[in-house]
Design a binder for this molecule. Structure first.
Ligand SMILES: C[S@@+](CC[C@H](N)C(=O)[O-])C[C@H]1O[C@@H](n2cnc3c(N)ncnc32)[C@H](O)[C@@H]1O
Length: 386
């Protein structure tokens, strides 16, 4: 455990063993939970939270290093939504290997005790505003896509699909808001189809907003304004400003730590009589269900993602009128094939897979979302009553 604590920058003195019978009542720090097997009953989340400091780590240890990934995934699913696994350590033959979303490394420090340790943080900590800004500032250029790279045509097609999912206003000077804009492509694609549009976009990440401004400028959109902020308290419209004719939010809901406030923010940004397009990952697709069953390490959004039925209910509670739901982006094994195509085959399968994606998304749209389970993403169109 010492090597693992050192790797995590944690101190053995701050580690509280939850199974210790003489726990000091008011001590808080990092928490260690020892299980005999991954299927053991877990203490109540409140008990663990009561001992954890605000930025504390929960370490769950299991004596067998050979505990399988599906067993660990099942344990991770039981700890969600209070906790999320950020790293897994496996020690065997005196060596400890750390796996995280960033990859795997073997620690330098030797270790004697065989076994497996999951390192977890609270959902609240992982999805905190500061963590979100840091994560997306660091990955901003990755979300921009790179012209010429394999997969770029597919990346742009998905943004265009969202942008034109609802009929856009034909009037001169209508306004459009990209709600959680990333590199800005969904709002830009919509604005390119409108007459003298007023484009607004915001994102928690200042770097994303900067890239969106650059992309809007390079695409000749004269009237474009970016701000930083979160969907839970959106920076548009601010005091005295009008709400928008069209609001599009693509792939953002699953990053929200607080759905009540997020939907309140989304709703207030749409003008009475305005159009809303919202889309995100579909957690019940074949691919995402398989990943949650078999992989103990996943991006937090894959656990936090919501179904279109949930989003529709929330928006109908706010009086929005549902128009249509569709799927896009085919599920397992298509993303895996795209990955192989991009990393090993120089993009050879890119065009056929894009054609398959386009064709099935069009069939699903034409048949009232009859192919729901085939897609990793959903999109919906709503109107706000005038
Ligand atoms: C998957 S990217 C999608 C970007 C863009 N909408 C697109 O479709 O290309 C998610 C974006 O949501 C932003 N985001 C994360 N949490 C958010 C929140 N609570 N409110 C608004 N945006 C958020 C991130 O910074 C990131 O740029």
């Amino acid at each position: 455990m010492r090597a693992i604590l050192q790797d995590l920058g944690a101190s053995p003195e701050a580690l509280i063993s939850i199974s210790e019978p003489n726990l000091a009542p008011d001590s808080v720090g990092d928490v260690h939970l020892e299980l005999r097997a991954p299927t053991d009953a877990l203490p109540a989340p409140e008990l663990l939270l009561g001992k954890l400091s605000a930025e504390g780590l929960l370490l769950v240890s299991i004596p067998k290093a050979t505990t399988s990934d599906p067993q660990l995934a099942e344990l991770r699913n039981r700890l969600w939504p209070t906790f999320h696994v950020v790293a897994i350590y496996r020690t065997s033959g005196g060596k400890t290997k750390r796996s995280s979303m960033g990859g795997s490394v073997t620690l330098e420090q030797p270790a004697s005790q065989e076994g497996c340790v999951l390192a977890l943080r609270t959902r609240e900590y992982i999805m905190s505003p500061a963590a979100t800004v840091e994560k997306f500032d660091q990955n901003a250029s990755g979300w921009n896509g790179e012209p010429g790279r394999p997969g770029y045509a597919h990346f742009r097609w998905m943004r265009r699909f969202m942008a034109v999912y609802a009929d856009l206003p034909k009037t001169d000077g209508a306004s459009v808001l990209d709600f959680g804009c990333g590199a800005g492509w969904v709002g830009i694609e919509a604005a390119l189809k409108m007459k003298n549009p007023r484009l607004a976009f915001f994102d928690p990440s200042p770097e994303m907003v900067r890239i969106s401004e650059e992309n809007a400028r390079e695409n000749g959109i004269a009237n474009a304004t970016g701000r930083t902020g979160f969907g839970e308290a959106p920076p548009f419209p601010s005091e005295g400003e009008e709400a928008f004719d069209v609001v599009i939010s693509s792939g953002v809901l699953s990053f929200s730590p607080d759905f009540d406030s997020w939907f309140d923010g989304l709703v207030m940004s749409v003008k009475p009589g305005g159009t809303l397009v919202i889309g995100d990952i579909y957690p019940d697709s074949r691919g995402f269900l398989k990943r949650r069953r078999t992989r103990p390490l996943l991006p937090v959004r894959e656990l936090n993602g919501q179904t279109p039925e949930y989003a529709r209910k929330r928006l109908e509670e706010h009086g929005f009128i549902w128009k249509r739901t569709s799927g896009y982006q085919l599920t397992y094994p298509i993303p895996e094939m795209m990955h192989v195509s991009q990393t090993k085959l120089g993009g050879a399968l890119g065009i056929p897979l894009l054609i398959a994606n386009k064709a099935l998304a069009a069939i699903d749209r034409a048949t009232g979302h009859s192919l729901a389970s085939l897609f990793d993403s959903w999109v919906m169109h709503f109107e706000r009553p005038a």
